[in-house]
Design a binder for this molecule. Structure first.
Ligand SMILES: Cc1cc2nc3c(=O)[nH]c(=O)nc-3n(C[C@H](O)[C@H](O)[C@H](O)COP(=O)(O)OP(=O)(O)OC[C@H]3O[C@@H](n4cnc5c(N)ncnc54)[C@H](O)[C@@H]3O)c2cc1C
Length: 437
């Protein structure tokens, strides 16, 4: 099983609603805290503003939650039959035609007996479809785009351009702490703080997790992002000193939960610390023949809006719905599913991509005008505008077409769902046709 980075994750109410269908909600609630607001403060703890999510339960039926990534991952993993997952296979090749798709993988689990550096054993998998859910540097995407080029299909220039970087990030989750040391742990609340650095474009996120740990995330804009190259980061070629430097810059910041940010860094075991590069990019080509992309592989969001995993999960529900009941494994039927998935999901993913980029700009920009924008945007917006923004992020609340719709929809109606193209069951509540069906 791969090592899981120690990142916290906020899951918004559209997603928590979804888990109800999978009877996972109870388990998630037991291991998470509801998140209703984010307090923004300066590095001396003076107040900048609040991002109030409003009454999500009454508006959308469920609250967004704050949960650690390994906890969430393990809950999901516990529901998947063991035999359905093969670990340690790295995809390195892709071939597809009218009839099937085949991938070649390096088998990283087979113990190497040969010389150091000898080629790893290869293994082939063949199937009807391939879903590329392999993250920002998707090997599936790379191979799919290359094949399209080789076939003379013109791709948009932006799809071929590298991902855009401008920030780096260090995240950690402390050892277990006591309520005596940090009384906020007793509040059982997922509301969290963001400290906005005064001199530099730095933000420090501070969370209280259900496991009596504090989570922290330091995001800092790079001085000369143009000097960095995508391939440098792909292989974690990020000097350890860069993480130390970022930590040193914020060590002295006061921690709203008590003490300083440095205290939390010192109480974080090395294995609970991760360094990540922050990049973003929206791709407009999502499928070709029998291969389709989802999640970060086709829309890599900056983490500032807490949307990346949410969007990936939404992709998966819509894709499953569009594949459900498919009458054959013909390329025509598969294309119909992929096209409907793309037509419905891509405009929403693109809108969310734009808003997360905007949030990042609002938080990172320096100077008087930026201070004023933050003052207005964080807590001084009229309630109806605030609600409009929240509604935009919470109205796509899909459910799986072969399960009963979940109760508790809230007062803000979800956007009509896409009609699954091959589904022959009863009519789904509030569904709209997509594509050319
Ligand atoms: C600091 C930080 C904080 C974040 N906070 C939030 C948050 O609060 N809320 C939220 O919703 N999102 C958040 N995100 C974003 C979220 O983590 C991602 O959007 C999400 O993990 C994307 O899921 P994915 O499955 O598409 O890709 P990934 O999680 O990247 O998974 C891809 C998988 O594919 C595997 N893989 C890669 N290449 C290959 C290959 N060649 N062969 C086989 N397997 C391969 C990888 O090992 C990995 O397991 C945050 C991100 C960061 C960096």
């Amino acid at each position: 099983m791969p090592k899981m980075p120690q990142l916290g994750a906020t899951l918004s109410s559209d997603i928590t609603l979804l888990f109800l269908c999978h009877s996972l909600l109870e388990e998630i609630h037991k291991n998470s805290h509801p998140c209703r607001k984010i307090d923004y403060v300066r590095d001396d703890l003076s107040k900048v503003g609040v991002m109030d999510a409003g009454n999500q339960k009454s508006r959308y039926g469920y609250n967004g939650v704050l949960i650690t990534r390994p906890t969430f991952y393990n809950i999901l993993l516990s529901k998947v039959p063991k035999e359905k997952i093969q670990w340690g296979k790295r995809m390195i090749g892709l071939k597809q035609d009218e009839h099937s798709v085949e991938i070649e993988c390096e088998d990283n689990l087979v113990v190497q007996t040969g010389e150091e550096g000898a080629a790893k054993p290869k293994v082939l998998f063949k199937g009807d479809i391939l879903i590329g859910a392999d993250g920002a540097y998707s090997s599936v995407r790379r191979h799919m785009y290359q094949a399209m080029k080789d076939e003379g299909i013109e791709l948009p220039e932006t799809d071929m351009a590298p991902l855009r970087f401008d920030s780096n990030c260090v995240v950690g989750v402390t050892e277990e702490l006591t309520e005596k040391e940090y009384p906020a742990l007793g509040n059982r609340s997922g509301d969290f703080y963001v400290i906005i650095g005064k001199e530099r474009a730095i933000q420090v996120y501070l969370f209280t997790f259900a496991e009596n740990r504090l989570g922290w995330q330091i995001c800092g804009q790079m001085d000369k992002p143009e000097e960095y190259d995508e391939k440098d980061f792909r292989f974690s070629d990020w000097k350890p000193t860069a993480a130390d430097e970022l930590c040193e810059m914020v060590r002295h910041y006061k921690n709203p939960y008590g003490g300083t940010v440095g205290d939390l860094i010192d109480r974080t075991p090395k294995e609970r610390l991760s360094k990540v590069m922050l990049e973003d990019k929206y791709f407009s080509t999502w499928f070709h023949k029998r291969t389709v992309l989802m999640g970060d592989a086709c829309h890599k969001h900056l983490p500032f809006g807490g949307q990346g995993a949410n969007q990936a999960i939404l992709d998966s529900v819509h894709l499953v719905n569009q594949l459900y009941g498919i009458p054959s494994n013909s390329l025509a039927d598969i294309t119909k599913s992929f096209q409907a998935y793309y037509d419905y999901r891509s405009p929403n993913a693109k809108e969310v991509f734009k808003s997360t980029t905007m949030v990042a700009n609002v938080l990172s920009a320096r100077g008087f005008v930026s201070d004023m924008v933050r003052f207005v945007a964080l807590g001084h917006l009229p309630e109806f505008i605030n609600n409009l923004g929240m509604d935009g992020m919470n109205t796509d609340r899909p459910y799986l077409c072969f399960l009963p719709p979940p109760p508790g929809q809230g007062t803000v109606m979800p956007t009509p769902q896409a009609v699954p193209v091959h589904y022959k069951g009863g009519p789904m509540a509030a569904a709209v046709p997509v594509g050319d069906q």
